[in-house]
Design a binder for this molecule. Structure first.
Ligand SMILES: [Zn+2]
Ligand SMILES: [Zn+2]
Length: 182
């Protein structure tokens, strides 16, 4: 499924819910783009800085991996959420994240339409990072997935059972790379 172009959506939301305040003439005050393959932990972000989308210095980035496979409302609601951040920052010139101005605008937008719903937290499934290691206990053979290797970790069950709950080198976990998930 091709990704929806974001600018038309931006202009429409700007007209409908921000009184056109996020453009000057027809120029957006903030750059809007899809992420590359990264940005996997969050659906979208608004940021500013000298090196951000020059010469504007601010941008909204939506997550291609997270939103690309979800229904269109997810994109619209995420873009709208980030546009509220941009509006609080650029129009109100207020330094708040999900503060009173943000919440008031969010509720106003949710009250006047039911095409999508803006929430404070993006409520989309974030794919878990698959574990990279399997820790194997040489004593009982128990296999436990781990994100990262923990040095000197020993099998708790075996230490409890055979060593009175004290760490013992005979129960040191051995790490194997986890099988590739697909
Ligand atoms: Zn936010
Ligand atoms: Zn064990």
């Amino acid at each position: 499924m091709p990704l929806e172009p974001l600018l038309p959506l931006f202009h429409r939301l700007n007209r409908e819910h921000f009184e056109g305040s996020l453009t000057q003439g027809h120029q957006p005050l903030v750059a809007v783009r899809w992420s590359d393959g990264r940005l996997r932990r969050t659906a979208g972000l608004y940021r500013r800085g000298v090196s951000v989308a020059p010469p504007l210095g601010r941008e909204i980035v939506l997550s291609r991996p997270l939103l690309g496979s979800l229904p269109r409302e997810a994109t619209e609601s995420t873009l709208c959420h980030e546009m509220i951040h941009a509006w609080v920052d650029l129009v109100l010139k207020s330094n708040e994240s999900h503060g009173p101005n943000f919440l008031a605008r969010m509720q106003a937008i949710n009250a006047v339409q039911d095409r999508f719903e803006v929430s404070v937290r993006h409520r989309f499934p974030v794919p878990q990072q698959p574990p990279r290691w399997i820790a194997v206990c040489p004593r009982c053979g128990r296999r436990t997935p781990y994100r990262r290797r923990v040095k000197q970790a020993a099998c708790r069950q075996c230490c409890n059972q055979h060593h009175g709950g004290r760490w013992h080198a005979s129960c040191l976990l051995v790490y194997e790379p986890a099988p590739e998930e697909r």
